[in-house]
Design a protein around this ligand. Structure first.
Ligand code: SUG
Length: 455
């Protein structure tokens, strides 16, 4: 089949992050109210991983292409060494923990589970060279996340290794001017997933430009980062839209745009407070996406920004259906927030683009500010491209059984910050990840399999 013919059969695959064995509540993300509000709760890593796997399996069972991205190695002993600690790996953990438990916790964070922040992905229909491009996000705003990108790059290269179809770019410079949070601030509109789409980049601030900025919480992502990603990927200006997030919602806890907006195919589902100069943004989207662009804007009078942040209504997944409509996959917190639930009942009976709800329990991740959409990286592919993906990462009955059994054998069912001092945790994690690289056919991607190197 020629590349040209392949392009007629596009679909969207979701690559969810498998929650790692050190999942805990560290309180590391200033500006993410769930993260800071739930700091030091006791976590259940086993339940967290099983909740994520249940979502992946349910989507695969509905016929959606579903992939798995593996967790990262934590504790990050190589970072401890970079910071001047010495000794055996067990000695490093004790030394860092005795300096400050929060410091150790940051180097143990399982935050790579939120793969919407792994990279920005431009499908082949949008790029100048006709390949699928990935730009790994630098996540420079938070220390515990800034240590993810080298592993993310290795992992993506182990899964999307075929350079005929895929191009994986490393992270942008690690500085505020190029703050990049990946696909959490990126949406794509299209008719056919493998055809030309319109890419929508949302930033929190412009570094060189003096835009209005939030006062309370940080704007993690810059316009300059989005523009650099668009240049690297070879996107067409005629099919690219940039918008600034409303600084007031960042100050209300909307630390990524995917906490207040989600789009798919011809639909943008968002809150009326999501964007600065919203009418201008909608007009440009309509002009570039085309006449069938459908805006479902939720008014503040129906759902407050506070309820949107509490429920994660917009951190939902919009999933294409065969009847031309879309499903909205929301976290259970939506059902527990009366105004949001009432709005959703009205929405699905209103003859708009969304006609079905799916509700999932993702509480373990939610308590750290990670909803359904945070847990997945969207990769639109043609059949030919999908065939070039490492086949061992596609979710199916067998992989679900293997990963469920793997989690049950290796994960603890309670983990508190204090438990991170336990030297056995490191050995447990490495044993688990070693087995995982075999299950997912990844090769030696982890530092402990590479003589401690993260290069
Ligand atoms: O970067 N939370 C993540 C949540 C990421 C959500 N992703 C998207 N919106 N796409 C963050 O703030 C909390 C970790 C802790 O506090 O233990 C954390 O990193």
């Amino acid at each position: 089949m020629s590349m040209q013919n392949d392009k007629q059969f596009g679909f969207e695959a979701n690559f969810d992050g498998l929650v790692g064995p050190t999942h805990h509540y560290g309180g590391h993300s200033f500006g993410n109210v769930a993260s800071t509000g739930n700091a030091k709760l006791v976590a259940n890593p086993r339940e967290a991983a099983l909740q994520g796997l249940a979502k992946m399996k349910a989507l695969a069972d509905m016929g959606y292409r579903q992939g798995v991205l593996p967790p990262q190695e934590r504790p990050a002993t190589w970072v401890m060494r970079e910071l001047g600690y010495t000794g055996s790996d067990h000695e490093l953990i004790a030394a860092v923990g005795n300096t400050n438990l929060g410091y150790l916790s940051a180097m143990c964070s399982a935050s790579s589970m939120w793969t919407a922040n792994a990279a920005t992905v431009s499908p082949s229909g949008d790029t100048a060279d006709g390949r699928v491009h990935f730009s790994v996000a630098n996540l420079q705003n938070k220390f515990h996340r800034a240590i993810e990108h080298r592993q993310t790059e290795r992992t993506l290269k182990a899964i999307f290794s075929n350079e005929q179809y895929f191009s994986v770019h490393g992270a942008l410079p690690m500085m505020a001017a190029f703050g990049d949070e990946g696909a959490a601030n990126h949406t794509r509109f299209c008719k056919d997933y493998a055809g030309q789409g319109v890419e929508f980049f949302v930033y929190g601030r412009q570094h060189w430009g003096g835009t209005v900025e939030p006062q309370r919480f940080p704007a993690r992502h810059t316009l300059e980062a989005s523009q650099a990603v668009a240049r690297r990927h070879g996107l067409r200006a005629s099919h690219t839209v940039y918008a600034q997030q409303n600084p007031a919602v960042i100050d209300a806890g909307v630390f990524h745009n995917d906490v207040i907006a989600v789009g798919n195919q011809n639909v943008l589902f968002c809150h009326d407070q999501a964007f600065l100069n919203a009418q201008q943004v909608y007009a440009e989207l309509k002009q570039k996406v085309g006449a069938n662009f459908e805006l479902i804007e939720v008014p503040s009078s129906a759902v407050s920004v506070e309820d949107a942040v509490k429920s994660y209504l917009f951190n939902s997944q919009l999933l294409a259906k065969t009847n031309g409509k879309q499903r909205l996959l929301v976290p259970e917190e939506c059902a527990n927030t009366p105004a949001v639930w009432a709005y959703l009942q009205h929405l699905i009976h209103d003859n708009r683009a969304i006609d079905e709800l799916l509700v999932f329990d993702l509480k373990q991740s939610m308590q750290n500010g990670g909803g359904p959409a945070c847990l997945r990286l969207r990769v639109a592919l043609s059949e030919g491209e999908a065939a070039a993906v490492n086949p061992a990462v596609w979710m199916n009955d067998q992989l679900y059984a293997d990963l469920t059994s793997w989690v049950k054998r290796h994960y603890r069912d309670r983990l508190h910050e204090n438990d991170l001092l336990d030297p056995h945790l490191l050995d447990e994690v490495r044993g688990a990840l070693d087995e995982l690289t075999h299950i997912l056919h990844l090769g030696s991607i982890y530092p402990f399999q590479r003589h401690g190197s993260d290069e």
